[in-house]
Design a binder for this molecule. Structure first.
Ligand SMILES: Nc1nc2c(ncn2[C@@H]2O[C@H](COP(=O)(O)OP(=O)(O)O)[C@@H](O)[C@H]2O)c(=O)[nH]1
Ligand SMILES: [Mg+2]
Length: 395
């Protein structure tokens, strides 16, 4: 179905009507279909050879000869071509509907820019029509990969509007202590905030051959990483994205840490240390049959970690205990024993408390900056500064 201007949530038809333009009407992110709206004098655009649109209709008619309002299937470009659907609602515009991934829309937008049609991305149109707060919330939403993170992000626009209104009212009433507590509470969610649209980084580390790669595979339920009985098999950093209890997680498998490695393996170990420095959580994997090695495994200072004792299936039944060391979790990547418990523990470490519906969760650096600015304005008991920051937030 051709879209009408009134159906596009954030497109102001009149602001783009004058200059020849190619406007991407759909935001970046995972979507089935992307839509590009071209506004130009089609009698020129579709006839001059140097301005030819690289489109071949399946019905073999040129775009100019297609009747107005008709939906036409065909191919864009060559080697390889994109399958697209084009609709021409009038002589001044046509719409291109292509695959919703990034590549197709980017390629078509590039071809249209080469035809002197000024490109307008979705977020530029949205910022003009709906403002920054709405656009930021919607852009983050396009990056959310779980229902849980999407539902928190869906609440954020209303939460910010309510928060700014109540902040100004509290400042007018001189309720500085209450306002300060509200701001502190909002800031307490900042670690979760950025992971509403970007996965938590969980790094598996430990000595070679303890079963890090096997554990990563057990955690995601398929063979992502190579498992082999020789130390030093994993050399590059292997990553996989998944979700635990509704929180998006990027699991990162690294080369086993040992001192006497050479060449490629040593390079892999260097990469492993770099990953450790950026981790949100470290799984320190040790082999149940070599428990004395646990002292060799350490996470960076201040980084959350879980000690995971793998190969529990090799421990004789009479000496098995689920938690042989305080805080450690016993698992078997081979039999699946303890994996569910480990997943629950990972989720609980990453997000110890889940925010109630409607809670303000700052998810951008700018938002954290505004909250700090508000906290300083509260210290100075400055109503004007609070009003100014709130205006900025709502822009
Ligand atoms: N019995 C048993 N063997 C395991 C387990 N996890 C891994 N292994 C074996 O240990 C060896 C090393 O595993 P791998 O995942 O490559 O270790 P990594 O070097 O730490 O990545 C392989 O032969 C695996 O089959 C487990 O839970 N139980
Ligand atoms: Mg490995």
């Amino acid at each position: 179905m051709p879209l009408r201007d009134s159906e596009s949530p954030h497109c102001d038809a009149h602001s783009t009507a004058t200059a020849p333009s190619a406007a991407l009407w759909t935001p970046q992110g995972r979507g089935a279909v992307a839509t590009i709206k071209v506004r130009a004098d089609l009698s020129t655009l579709l006839t001059t050879p140097e301005h030819s649109i690289p489109f071949r209709a399946a019905n073999r008619k040129s775009l100019r000869d297609q009747s107005s309002g008709r939906i036409v299937f065909g191919y864009w470009g060559t080697d390889p071509s994109e399958e697209v659907v084009i609709c021409r609602p009038s002589d001044q515009e046509f719409e291109i509907h292509c695959h919703g991934g990034l590549a197709a829309a980017r390629r078509i937008m590039g071809d249209l820019a080469a035809l002197q049609l000024s490109p307008l991305d979705w977020d530029i149109q949205s910022r003009q029509a709906a403002g920054n707060l709405t656009t930021d919330c919607q852009l983050a939403l396009t990056k959310a990969t779980t229902l849980q993170t999407a539902s928190i992000l869906l609440d954020q626009e209303a939460a910010w509007r309510e928060f700014t209104e109540s902040s100004v009212l509290a400042a007018i009433a001189g309720q500085w202590r209450e306002l300060s507590a509200e701001i502190k509470h909002a800031l307490s969610w900042q670690d979760l905030g950025k992971h509403l649209w970007e996965p938590f980084r969980v790094v598996l580390t430990g000595r070679p051959n303890v079963g890090k790669s096997a554990l990563l595979n057990a955690l995601v339920g398929y063979q992502r990483s190579v498992v082999f009985d020789q130390p030093g098999t994993t050399r590059d950093v292997v990553t996989v994205e998944t979700a635990f209890e509704g929180w998006p997680v990027r699991l990162i498998d690294t080369a086993g840490l040992r001192d006497n490695a050479l060449g490629l393996e040593a390079a892999g170990i260097e990469l492993a240390y770099a990953q450790l420095a950026d981790a949100d959580l470290v799984l320190q994997v040790i082999d149940a049959t070599e428990l004395q090695d646990s002292r060799d495994v350490t996470a960076a200072d201040g980084t959350k970690s879980i000690v995971v004792i793998n190969k529990f299936d090799l421990v004789p039944a009479n000496s098995q205990s689920d938690r042989p060391h305080s805080g450690a979790i016993s698992v078997s990547a081979k039999t699946g024993f303890g994996i569910e418990l480990l997943i629950a523990e990972i989720a609980a470490k990453l997000v110890p408390v889940c925010p109630d519906g409607g809670t303000l969760v700052p998810f951008l650096d700018d938002q954290i900056g505004w909250l700090h600015g508000l906290a300083e304005a509260v210290e100075r008991q400055s109503l004007q500064e609070i009003r100014d920051i709130c205006d900025q937030i709502l822009r």
